[in-house]
Design a protein around this ligand. Structure first.
Ligand SMILES: [Zn+2]
Length: 238
């Protein structure tokens, strides 16, 4: 709700009754900043408007148009990179979740208040960094070893991307067409196998060497390529 302060200026009161944690407080500050210039017509009913079209009415076609016109989607080919028909659907869905920030790592669980106060939110492998999606799947030294070995397998010099989505935008510059096609398999299966290794370690106490994951990635990708008729089974070279 809004009210007018002593100077006659409109201010927002969100009516938050409970105390906020640090993250939520930052969200409120950001929200107040975003709406600081919004003026309300107090004589009109509240309504929801789709700001991307002239008539302010949302439709699925309008939503798709806006999505396709965004910079991200110009560079990011969802069909080829995520919904690749050679990748099993459960792995593709996991990949999509990772991009959307929906993998239940400790940081996400903590944000959703599923971790008890004071619970350890650190990565189980390095024990020093918060277990975020990008940390777990890319930046943790354990995972970094996986990626370094895979890029070395392809003789590719690479720089660690800042996020999962940047992985497919930044790392593939300079790769040939066939290499890109294969890396669209290597990326998702690596994310998936790193996740399984993490779960095995966290819930079963079973530590898996990153080298095992690397070999597993190579075998999986080769199997998919053989099944799709892209290579012959005797062509395997790792
Ligand atoms: Zn770590």
């Amino acid at each position: 709700m809004v009210f007018f302060n002593d100077q006659g200026n409109m201010e927002w009161d969100f009516g938050l009754s409970s105390s906020l944690d640090e993250y939520d407080e930052r969200q409120v500050v950001t929200l107040k900043h975003l709406i600081r210039h919004v003026s309300l017509d107090l004589d009109k009913e509240d309504t929801i408007l789709w700001v991307h079209s002239v008539d302010k009415v949302y439709s699925v076609a309008e939503g798709v148009r806006v999505m396709l016109e965004s910079n991200l989607d110009k560079e990011f080919d969802w069909v080829k990179i995520v919904w690749n028909k050679l990748v099993p659907s459960k792995i593709a869905i996991f990949h999509w979740l990772a991009i959307q920030g929906g993998v239940p790592v400790k940081e996400v669980l903590s944000f959703l208040h599923f971790l008890r106060d004071g619970s350890n939110d650190k990565c189980g492998w390095c024990t020093s960094e918060v277990e975020s999606i990008d940390h777990l799947l890319l930046h943790c030294p354990w995972s970094h070893n996986v990626w370094s070995a895979l890029f070395a397998w392809w003789n590719v010099v690479w720089v660690m991307p800042s996020s999962i989505i940047d992985f497919f935008i930044e790392c593939f510059h300079g790769l040939g067409v066939n290499a890109k096609k294969t890396w669209r398999l290597i990326g998702p299966v690596s994310f998936w196998l790193i996740w399984l290794a993490r779960n095995d370690f966290l819930f079963n106490g079973s530590y898996q060497s990153w080298r095992c994951v690397v070999e597993h990635v190579k075998i999986k990708v080769f199997q998919w390529l053989v099944n799709a008729g892209k290579v012959e089974s005797h062509q395997m070279y790792v």
